[in-house]
Design a binder for this molecule. Sequence first.
Ligand code: HEC
Length: 237
Amino acid sequence: MKSILSKCTPIIVALFTLTTLSCTKYEIPGNQAPETDPVSDPVSVSTCNPDTVYFQNTILPLVVSSCATTGCHDQASHKDGVILTDYASIIKTGEVKPGDPNDSEFFETLTDDGDDLMPPPPYDPLSSEQIQMIRTWIVQGAKNNSCIDGCDTTNVTFAAQIWPMMEAYCTGCHSASAPGGGIVIADYTDMVSLAENGSLMGSIRWEAGYAKMPTNQMLSECNINVLQNWIDNGSPE
Ligand code: HEC
């Protein structure tokens, strides 16, 4: 594993900003390409630094599910002229001052104790962890950065993978107080019923007959496999 990692690292770094392809897709000189099915044997290579908060991996999904919702800051609604669907539109608001969260309107509204609180009621405010992640991202320069996260679909647990994924990509639009399409994703029981009626995998695989979830961009192949694996194992809590 270690040698694959060190051989892949330069390739990944070179392709870092362009692609999220994994290194099994490349012929490694002097190495035989692994003959395994990438779905059942995903690559466990990560370029993520645990101390860095990455825009594409963490901040964008959070902003899309908490802010770029219908009626708020999506392309069609653009409340107060603010669109928050991608890096360029977030920076264009002028409300993010790289390096300085305290001078960033975008950050301050998250903890405002008056009318400026975002998301506004009836939406739930962001959790203190989520607010802290946005703060760190701004402190670290508010870059449009991303990393390739290793994919381990073997030891999937509800607490470690499934629920954090829902919080990152889904619960902003599916909270009990403001459920998109009337669908509430607030706890384990909600997840099990969506898994059992087929709409969870149908919607995240963007299958015909289901609304496409998340609405802006399909989850990574890794995340989809992690969810499928959890369901295949009987959706354990
Ligand atoms: C930007 C807001 C938004 C995000 C993010 C979002 N949803 Fe939705 N979701 C909606 C809305 C609105 C509907 C109703 C859409 C419709 O009926 O056309 C919906 C519908 C659904 C449905 C029912 C689909 C069907 O056709 O029966 C499921 C299941 C679902 N979402 C799960 C998820 C999951 C899981 C995630 C995260 C991976 C997610 N959603 C992320 C807004 C969102």
